[in-house]
Design a protein around this ligand. Sequence first.
Ligand SMILES: NC(=O)c1ccc[n+]([C@@H]2O[C@H](COP(=O)([O-])OP(=O)(O)OC[C@H]3O[C@@H](n4cnc5c(N)ncnc54)[C@H](O)[C@@H]3O)[C@@H](O)[C@H]2O)c1
Length: 335
Amino acid sequence: MKYNDINFNKKTILITGGAGFIGSNLAFYFQENYPNSKVVVLDCFRSGEIFSNGNLKSFGHFKNLLGFKGIVISGDINDKKLLKELENNYKFDYIFHQAAISDTTVGEQDLMIKTNVNAYEDLLKIAIKHNANMIYASSAATYGDSNRFEVGYELPNNAYGFSKVMMDNITASYLKKDLDISIVGLKYFNVYGPKEFFKNKTASMVVQFAHQILKGLTPKLFEGSDKILRDFIYIDDIIQANIKACNPKKSGIYNVGTSKARSFEDIVNILQKELKIENGKEYIQNPFVGSYQFFTQANIEKTREYLDYEPNFSLEEGIKAYIPEIKRLFKEEVK
Ligand SMILES: NC(=O)c1ccc[n+]([C@@H]2O[C@H](COP(=O)([O-])OP(=O)(O)OC[C@H]3O[C@@H](n4cnc5c(N)ncnc54)[C@H](O)[C@@H]3O)[C@@H](O)[C@H]2O)c1
């Protein structure tokens, strides 16, 4: 599926975080639609190291790239020497910056800011030197406790959300300069879809609930889940936004969601219907109260206007499209 007239064949494309969920989907998007594009994936992959919350330090997994024919570099975006090598050895046309500590519950603020904020600016400098358009992942977590989901109303309530606000601030300051490149920050809302499985506990609740249901377990929801509403967005629409962000009508920071808030109960109901397993629901206490978003809903007016973005998948349609992969994962990966 082609989302605009850009011919990415013969273009050199850097995808940081390309062994992760969204980055690997982007890598295959180019491979499938523009087989003559030169795609370079940079990812530090998983090492077994964990943060104090018990989760892996990085989720990159080779299985997300099985069948990928481009260049794969295992390395850390915090490694200045590596960045210099990339700057000297390549000439990028587009940089899709997805690498980050993507786990919103990580408490190590030092590494969070270094990785998410400072390394972004280093990559932005490479983009400017190469004359490459920069498209990077911001997040709905920037809105935190805000009840207005528009750029300018951010109120992050964890270090992760803060780090993404700082990336957006860097962007805003660079956009004041007279640059030849475009810079687009995409504030993804809650993304779900193929290749997220290796995010383990930080994968979307869609895949986690689905596998609970397939295991014959009663899905466990937080108390009041019918009133916890989020904007859940299918991966294909995230790819659409990234591709359209390559030639924006205007550089800037844009929300990427469906503009419809749905509940965690809705997810379970749709999954039970699609999987044809009606096994009830169980309610547990929410341990994250205080740093948890109870409502998110993307305002996508500007995304429509400046990126020509229009979500194609409702929650029902996204889950339906995802079911075959959910079943494959359950057969081949779920222990
Ligand atoms: N999935 C979502 O719902 C969502 C929502 C909002 C924003 N985002 C953002 O989108 C981007 C992609 O997220 P994702 O869901 O694909 O997560 P992910 O964890 O699957 O992907 C991030 C990748 O970055 C790599 N990485 C981490 N630290 C690195 C480092 N120091 N050097 C090199 N590589 C490193 C990881 O190995 C991983 O493969 C992230 O920036 C994330 O913050 C995701």
